[in-house]
Design a protein around this ligand. Structure first.
Ligand SMILES: [Zn+2]
Length: 209
């Protein structure tokens, strides 16, 4: 009788980090990369339903989720004692906004430490700005995959409010996604709706570095 050995399953975070490029990128390259990562997150975490359960991220062993009353949507730092990422979410925001922020913060965890390699020639404040936008794109596409949004749209679920309810996001996040996919015309450019997640105070960014 032969013996068989099984390799331990790679963690979701390990799977996603393995997909990160190791060379310098353009900002567009990064957006395409995070778009792929959003799909791979669903695959690696075995999410089959349209509405991603919050536990998909909150139950990952690499992080723990808590609350904050600071005037930010959320922030993340590394707990060196427990060897774990800590994500704090603003307790006063809606459940839908906190879901978005949780995915946004998890995006930061995935490519933590990589942005200086992706954009070695950019000043730090520009790298931070691109990373924030990338985290919004990651959250948006993980929570509202293009094929799932198109399927809803084609059965008549065309309003941001209905799409928002279906995917468990805020109406403004749904509106932005519908516009991004090209299913709705762009909003008035004088009313920018990004970024969704308020920039974090510099000390918190440094704490997370
Ligand atoms: Zn952020």
């Amino acid at each position: 009788m032969g013996s068989c050995t099984t390799r331990p399953a790679r963690s979701v975070l390990t799977v996603l980090r393995a997909e990160l490029p190791r060379q310098a990128l353009s900002p567009l390259d990064l957006m395409l990369t995070v778009s792929r990562l959003a799909d791979q997150l669903r695959e690696a975490a075995h999410v089959s339903q349209d509405r991603m359960p919050t536990a998909t991220i909150a139950s990952l062993p690499c992080l723990r989720v808590g609350q904050t009353s600071l005037p930010v949507a959320g922030y993340t730092f590394w707990d060196c004692h427990r060897q774990q990422w800590v994500v704090r979410l603003n307790v006063s925001e809606s459940a839908e906004d906190r879901r978005f922020t949780l995915l946004h913060e998890f995006g930061h965890v995935v490519w933590h430490g990589y942005c200086q390699h992706f954009f070695p020639d950019l000043p730090r404040d520009q790298r931070i700005s691109i990373a924030e936008r990338a985290a919004d794109v990651f959250a948006s596409e993980a929570l509202m995959p293009t094929d799932r949004v198109l399927a809803c749209f084609h059965v008549g679920q065309t309003s941001p409010a209905i799409v928002a309810k279906h995917f468990g996001v805020s109406p403004i996040a749904a509106l932005w996604r519908l516009e991004q996919i090209g299913l709705l015309p762009p909003s008035d450019p004088r009313l920018p709706i990004q970024p969704f997640v308020h920039p974090r105070p510099t000390p918190l960014l440094e704490e997370a570095a």
